[in-house]
Design a protein around this ligand. Structure first.
Ligand code: NAP
Length: 280
């Protein structure tokens, strides 16, 4: 955490990393709160990740974010891992402690849950069954966070069925694996649908999912934010469902990390939203 006089440094390590919107988000908050510091891009090759992480205290960094492909590897490289990050199996935020040791956190799930609450403040994880499409890194963070919030019926479906089966076994009772070919039926009676695959992202085909069985009251979310409205979200909107795009998750996951480094919990304001939307 910084004092008002300290110049605080943070950044994002990835490979590649130039596409990251994180500098726009964090540098906006630094300026908005009148803090001294900077948030920079840190292109770090996977073979150099441990060296780069260990150099953070020496270079005067308060911490950093991790993005593709470092989130899982970093678990074995930090001194302490918060229990939530341990359960998720990935770290997206590193905090340099006062003694120079490194703590790994994961704020992706927080970002996702907050993005739902921003759109529907009365949203509850136990309001009804949830269908999660995809079983990669984003799905892990979202599923663990949904369970923490009380979700008790999660239907998980993934193109490679073995990954969904493994995850259901790992996380236990609230998670039930559904065969990929049965995914359309898995939308019956649900309160929340989330797409965690890359299908619908710019350059990718739309997610192949028939919404016929989806209740019109269900909230439909997509972790993708390029484009802001994926074909899944437009189809859901057209039939009357409330939708949540991936930008809220991206912006909200940054808030607790910023607080850990700069000592202020920042807000997602319309001004910040407009600034980041302009980069998409
Ligand atoms: P990942 O670990 O590589 O997982 C990718 C997922 O997509 C897997 O479940 C994979 O299924 C599925 N998939 C890929 N091609 C497919 C296809 N043709 N048909 C059906 N499913 C397919 O990736 P990730 O880190 O979880 O990221 C997933 C998405 O989330 C990306 O678009 C990423 O940009 C986005 N994301 C957004 C945020 C945010 O803040 N909004 C944060 C993290 C990630 P298989 O297992 O069968 O390959």
């Amino acid at each position: 955490m910084s004092s008002p006089h300290k110049y605080t440094l943070a950044g994002v390590m990835g490979w590649p990393v130039d596409h990251s919107r994180s500098p726009a988000i964090h540098n906006h908050w630094i300026a908005h709160h009148g803090l001294r510091g900077a948030y920079v891009l840190l292109p770090v090759h996977p073979t150099k990740l441990e060296q780069a992480l260990r150099a953070l205290p020496t270079l005067g960094f308060s911490g950093c974010n991790l993005t593709i492909p470092h989130k899982v590897m970093a678990i074995a490289m930090v001194d302490k891992i918060e229990p939530l990050a341990q359960r998720i199996g990935a770290v997206n935020t590193i905090v340099v402690e006062a003694d120079g040791s490194l703590t790994g956190r994961n704020t992706d799930g927080f970002g996702y849950i907050q993005s739902l609450l921003d759109v529907q403040p009365q949203w509850r994880a136990d309001a009804g069954p949830v269908t999660v499409v995809g079983a990669g890194g984003a799905a892990r963070a979202i599923i663990v966070s949904l369970i923490e919030r009380g979700a008790n019926d999660i239907r998980l479906t993934n193109r490679s069925g073995s990954k969904a089966n493994d995850m259901a076994q790992e996380f236990g009772a609230p998670v039930q694996a559904i065969a990929w070919e049965d995914r359309h039926e898995a939308l019956a009676d649900i309160a929340l649908l989330v797409n965690t695959t890359n299908q619908g992202m710019h350059g990718q085909p739309a997610l192949d999912l028939n919404l016929e069985r989806l209740p019109v009251q269900a909230l439909v979310s997509d972790v993708i934010y390029v484009p802001l409205e994926t074909p899944l979200l437009s189809a859901a909107k057209a039939r009357g469902n409330t939708t949540v795009n991936g930008l809220g998750m991206l912006l909200n996951q940054a808030r607790p990390a910023f607080e850990a480094w700069f000592g202020v919990l920042p807000d997602v304001t319309p001004e910040l939203l407009a600034k980041v939307r302009a980069t998409l």
